[in-house]
Design a binder for this molecule. Sequence first.
Ligand code: C2E
Ligand code: MG
Ligand code: MG
Length: 290
Amino acid sequence: MHNDIEVLAKLWKRQPGPAAGEQPARRRWSRAELVSAIASRQFVPFFQPKVDLKTARLTGVEVLTRWRHPEQGMLLPSEFLEQLEGQGLIEQLTDCVMAQALSCVSGCKVHGRDISLALNISPTTLQAAHAAEHLAELVAASGMCAAQLTIELTETVACETSAAVHESLIRLRELGFQISIDDFGTGYSSMKLLSTMPFTELKIDRSLVSGAVHDPKAALVLESIIQLAGKLRLRTVAEGIETREDIVLLRALGCEVGQGYFLGLPMSHLHFLRSLEAGRTPIATGQAAD
Ligand code: C2E
Ligand code: MG
Ligand code: MG
């Protein structure tokens, strides 16, 4: 198991992402700058691997948006997301990045199976009438099927969703999409929310994962969340896996899928395809865990 995970980690980690310290100071963008950046496709999808912790196999990727700014370099979502949202441009961003991500990943296979794609969606996008149908049309046009797509909604915003968002989520689920509650543990989800929203996946925030190896109480919290998810029949994904010890603990606690810098950094489309190509043989022939 350790060998498999380490082989996988090496394959997916070759290209480091921008370090936090290398990011330029946060600045304000004009609406015209943001609109023009969307139109010229400067916003691009990066892909971070999601790995089955039992088999060490790639199960899918999460799309994380980056801004390839012509002068400022590669910018992280913290540099632009809120401003896009504030300017009412988040739906355009979603369409632009989703179309690129779908065309990048459509047809990609791992172990003979179609790859799955996780997308972060703002509630603003889901607020629109026919939001679910619109997303389903984009997916169908790419040749992928809705079941390959997971819509991630962060816990803090999930708590504040309107009836319109709730309805879109139900509709998305009816259309076959998977729905994930992202950053679980950072907000204040009530048990009612977990039981009333049509979630299929619970994604544990990295603040709960990091350090749990050395903190028995934190490990107990993790264990309880994983057990709760199991009882609610939600798939468990842990984010922020940065060490092999994290994997050992999460596997022991029964967490199904992992994501984090140890397993793979968010990477460009090109790097993703190269890694997929390079990884196919060693991963496919690697022995499953245990
Ligand atoms: P998220 O969906 O929770 O994504 C995980 C974030 O944690 C990403 O940050 C990822 O780069 C980072 N991460 C992954 N593994 C590790 C690790 O092992 N250690 C640490 N310290 N961090 C790790 P990123 O790319 O900066 O994205 C931040 C947030 O921005 C995302 O959090 C998501 O909520 C949002 N976001 C990203 N792309 C989009 C998008 O296209 N649309 C919307 N609405 N939100 C997006
Ligand atoms: Mg996410
Ligand atoms: Mg998250």
